[in-house]
Design a protein around this ligand. Structure first.
Ligand SMILES: Nc1nc2c(ncn2[C@@H]2O[C@H](COP(=O)(O)OP(=O)(O)OP(=O)(O)O)[C@@H](O)[C@H]2O)c(=O)[nH]1
Ligand SMILES: [Mg+2]
Length: 293
């Protein structure tokens, strides 16, 4: 049988469950997940390999109207996901009516490649609402195939996976067959720390934070990590650290536990907090953190 391979790019509004689905497909926690919008900031590849196929999934940031440079570059990742897709997964959640950005919506409407509309979080809905929503999307996007799913409860996920496999073009693998992602180890360290910050800090704080791992030293039985948490303003530094360092300590402890699972090894983390004034609007800083800038 001929080998199939292709890019399967997940796009949609913030918080609809894109990262949850990608992790479910890959079977690893490649993307961080929180109940806050704009959790994902990068385009992250998750590669699923079989003997006769390679499915290259892309998780992308939720679509928003950019208010500062960082968000502009997040939307550049979304644009790039339109450009190389062999199959487009447009994810919406129960109750949602349309994509917040007209331009992106038009691209989906007029897509020349197959679009699967994944209606997610159906575990939160009843049959009547579900039928209504399916009809709504059928009217809005007649060219899309509609699949109700629950990424969280793994409902219909396998069926969607099999359908994507059918749609993949014949092609040789793009990546080595033992490769799981395009991102280096340090990226997952940064993201895990950022997830804990999204979980434990309020308002603007998580959106003002970037994490940079300065040291990643792997020995036979331990990984030693030193990471810097970057904030935009002096006042935010104190909030991150907390009373006698308690808040920062919690971030470190929780990140360490997750990373020990991820790397299957003992992990030691040292965390620092630094002020990097207005990094979100600074092209040079953004490039340094892996955004297009
Ligand atoms: N009830 C329910 N919750 C879900 C489902 N899928 C995801 N969630 C929850 O929805 C929230 C957002 O999930 P994410 O996977 O981070 O969503 P996202 O689309 O990647 O979000 P951004 O990266 O911010 O754009 C989390 O709290 C998930 O646990 C689902 O099928 N059912
Ligand atoms: Mg996400």
């Amino acid at each position: 049988m001929a080998h199939k391979a292709g890019f399967v790019n997940i796009i949609g509004n913030p918080n609809v469950g894109k990262s949850t689905l990608m992790n479910a497909f890959v079977g690893e926690k490649l993307s961080i997940i929180t109940s806050k919008a704009q959790t994902t900031r990068h385009r992250i590849l998750g590669i699923v390999n079989g003997d006769d196929f390679q499915m290259i999934l892309s998780d992308t940031p939720g679509i928003i109207k950019p208010a500062y440079e960082l968000q502009t570059s997040m939307m550049d990742f979304v644009k790039s996901a339109f450009e190389d897709a062999d199959v487009l997964l447009y994810m919406v959640e129960i109750g949602e009516k349309a994509l917040k950005d007209e331009t992106f919506f038009k691209k989906i409407e007029h897509s020349q490649i197959p679009v699967l509309l994944l209606l997610n979080k159906i575990d939160t809905s009843d049959q009547h609402v579900l039928e209504e929503q399916v009809q709504h999307w059928k009217d809005l996007l007649p060219n899309a195939e509609i699949h109700p799913i629950s990424a969280l409860e793994n409902f219909n996920v396998k069926e969607v996976f099999d359908r994507i496999l059918e749609l993949l073009p014949e092609a040789p693998p793009y990546y080595p067959k033992d490769q799981l992602t395009d991102k280096p180890e340090r990226f997952f360290v940064n993201e895990t720390i950022r997830e804990k910050i999204l979980l434990h800090y309020k308002k603007e704080i998580p959106y003002s934070v970037e994490v940079e791992t300065e040291e990643f030293l792997e020995d036979e039985d331990i990984i030693r990590i030193r990471s810097v948490i970057m904030v935009e303003r002096d006042t935010q530094k104190g909030i991150i650290i907390g009373h006698k360092g308690s808040a920062l300590k919690r971030v470190g402890v929780e990140a360490r536990k997750d990373l020990e699972k991820f790397f299957d090894k003992q992990v030691h983390i040292e965390l620092y907090v630094k002020v990097n004034k207005n990094w979100r609007s600074n092209a040079q800083q953004l490039r340094r953190f892996g955004y297009n800038g």
